[in-house]
Structure formats: C-alpha cells, structure tokens
Write a protein that binds this ligand. Structure first.
Ligand SMILES: NC(=O)c1ccc[n+]([C@@H]2O[C@H](COP(=O)([O-])OP(=O)(O)OC[C@H]3O[C@@H](n4cnc5c(N)ncnc54)[C@H](OP(=O)(O)O)[C@@H]3O)[C@@H](O)[C@H]2O)c1
Length: 284
C-alpha cells in the first residue's frame, strides 16, 4: 500500500520540516536526485529513529542520468548518500533527456534509447531488490505509449502537477484506465488558489481550511498527494485524517476551476518514439 500523502522535499536544505512531518505520523517521503538533499533526508530519518520498514520512500532519477549505466550508478550512489539499501518507489523524473531536447528524428531516437536504458536499469534494480516499485513523473500519453512498447515491468504510478487550476483530467483518466496510479504534486502551490471564492465557500460549508478541500477533492478522484510545507501547523494539519465527502456538485464545481494553469514542467512538447510514424511498427 502506498501511503496517500507524501511529504515533499524539493529545495529543502533544513531537516526540521521532515522531522516535524515524521513526528506527526508522516509515513511517506518524496525526494529526487535533482533535489540534492540526501543528507537532509538521512539526518531526518536518523534523528527521528524512524524504522526503515515503517516509512515509504519515493525518489526520482534526474533526466541527465537516463541510460542504463548512468541510471544504475547514479541510483546506487544516491541511495547510499541517504543511508538506504532500497527505496519503495523510484520514478523517471521527466521524459525529456538532458542534452537531447531537439525534435529531429535522430535526437528523438537517441532520447528514446536513453529513456529505455533508464527503464531497463530500474527493472534490473527491482530484480535485485533495491527498488520495490517503479514509475514515471510528468509523462504524457505519448511517453507512456512509448514505455509500453518495451516495459517488462509496467509503471505503477505517474506523478503529475495537478491542482484545481490544472486538473489534467484526460491524462489522469488515461492513467487510471491503464491501472497506473496518479499522484499529484504542486496541489496547493498556485498563487491565489487557496483564496479562490469557491474554495472559501466550500471551506465554510465543511468547516475545514481550503487546503483540506483541495486534498479531499484529490482523494475523491483517487489521486495520491505529495505536499510540502515549512510551517509546523500546516504540516500537522495536512497529515490529519478528515472524513469530508464532497458532493458530486462540489466536485464538478472544483473541476470547472481548471484553467490549464501549468506552473512546473510541461512535457507536452517532448517527442516520444511513437511520434515517429515510420517507426511505429518496429519491435523493441
Ligand atoms: N515530480 C515533479 O516533477 C515535481 C515537481 C515539483 C514538486 N514535486 C514534489 O512535490 C512536492 C510539493 O510541491 P510544491 O511545494 O510545489 O506543492 P504543494 O505542497 O502543493 O505547495 C506548497 C505550498 O503550499 C503551502 N501549504 C502547504 N500546506 C498548507 C496548508 N495546510 N495551508 C496553507 N498553505 C499550505 C506551503 O506553504 P508553507 O510552507 O507556508 O506551509 C507552500 O507554499 C515537492 O516538495 C516535491 O517533493 C515534484
């Protein structure tokens, strides 16, 4: 079981928010190679005496480390720095491979080989017991279709920017129909979201703060959550269980807030092998 709410560690160089989250019952930490804060995660786990089996750790391979050898080596170094001998989930962070951003056929093919190599490396690390589950992040339908061409182990999860202003409903439904869990990041992030009049109205109706309304909406969409805070009260509040059940009408109204406001990475223009029509029928 993947714990519903993960505590995010992007740009975190201070272990105290993680320590606070762990002390308030957090059982899932989300990190990544590109956050370069392995020592901070390590310190927080040690400081709280967290028992390894009681915590779910997700990490991500940075796009500059895609490719069989690079992925394997960088992964092993990364988890060693965190003082871990396995992770519960490892994702490919973003489909675009660093240094291979052009969209001519040759570059698209090279990028494909690097993504494929990275996936093969994750599969081998699963076989070797170093990773329990593998998945992707920021993958659109074309990147997933490319992955399905060669994946021996199917992705368990796709971590995506999702919030009421960017609900990505077609992609979420595509993933869920394929049995891929969806996890949101940046859910509370957009400036002004938490003072949106609809969220204020629902906050009054259900007698909880707006962040809880957003999280309830996600849970009812069967979306897992990554959330970050450096404020102790917010950390504690985000981890509290609530029994809110939004009505269908409330859910629809939140969906109608979608304005395709994308704040983080957008992979829509990143070509996948399946974009190359002439190669579509080849076997990989
Ligand atoms: N896969 C990817 O490409 C990707 C990209 C970006 C992020 N992530 C992951 O997602 C995590 C979260 O990203 P994020 O920080 O953008 O999104 P977020 O957690 O949804 O938003 C964080 C913001 O919300 C505020 N906040 C948190 N809880 C609150 C509450 N209860 N009430 C009011 N405000 C609250 C925080 O301020 P305070 O600190 O003041 O509480 C902060 O400004 C990252 O740490 C990272 O692990 C993944």
């Amino acid at each position: 079981m993947i714990p519903t709410l993960a505590f995010g560690t992007y740009q975190l160089l201070d272990p105290n928010p993680i320590i606070c989250a762990l002390k308030h019952g957090c059982t899932h930490i989300d990190t990544a190679q590109i956050y370069r804060n392995e020592n901070v995660v390590k310190h927080a786990l040690k400081e709280t005496g967290t028992i390894r089996e009681n915590i779910f750790i997700t990490t991500k391979i940075g796009p500059k480390n895609f490719g069989y050898e690079l992925t394997t080596k960088s992964f092993l170094k990364h988890i060693e720095k965190m003082g871990l001998d396995y992770v519960d989930m490892c994702l490919l962070h973003f489909p675009e491979v660093s240094g291979l951003e052009d969209d001519d056929d040759e570059t698209v093919l090279k990028a494909f080989e690097r993504r494929k190599g990275a996936w093969r490396a994750l599969e081998k690390l699963v076989d070797d017991g170093m990773i329990r589950n593998i998945g992707v992040s920021n993958y659109c339908v074309n990147h997933l279709e490319e992955l399905f061409l060669y994946a021996r182990i199917r992705p368990v999860l796709n971590q995506l920017e999702i919030h009421p202003y960017f609900s990505q409903r077609p992609l979420v439904e595509y993933c869920q129909n394929k049995g891929i869990m969806v996890q949101s990041y940046g859910g509370l992030h957009p400036l002004g979201l938490l003072s949106d009049p609809l969220l204020r109205k629902l906050s009054k109706k259900y007698k909880v703060d707006q962040a809880k309304i957003v999280h309830a909406w996600m849970k009812q969409c069967n979306i897992l959550i990554v959330c970050q805070s450096i404020n102790d009260d917010h950390i504690k509040s985000n981890l509290e269980e609530t029994n809110i059940k939004l009505t269908n009408s409330d859910m629809d109204q939140i969906y109608r807030l979608n304005g395709n406001i994308n704040l983080y990475w957008n992979a829509e223009d990143v070509p996948a092998l399946t974009s190359l029509r002439s190669l579509k029928k080849r076997k990989y």
